[in-house]
Design a protein around this ligand. Sequence first.
Ligand code: FES
Length: 101
Amino acid sequence: MTHPPKRRCVLVCQYRSCLRNHSAEVLAAFQASVPAGVFASGSECMGQCASGATVRVMPDNLWYCRVEPKDVAAIVEQHLCADQPIESLLHPRFHPPAESL
Ligand code: FES
């Protein structure tokens, strides 16, 4: 039997640069598909404008960059439901790849 999804909040930037990179569609996709106990909300600029759409998952404090609507299903299934963040989409500024440490 699997554990119920952890309670989380998914923040999706809804400011200028991210909106140009389809963050409204990214937010809508999260709101339509997050599991029970997970809340998806728009946010103001999170200071990562050059790499939007910016998504931050709390309380994990994990940042995703350049998220596109097509990425949402994988984030929901792997991160939010199975606790396996998608390393290829994590923001390298906050989560440097292991080999560059
Ligand atoms: S506009 Fe989205 S992080 Fe700044």
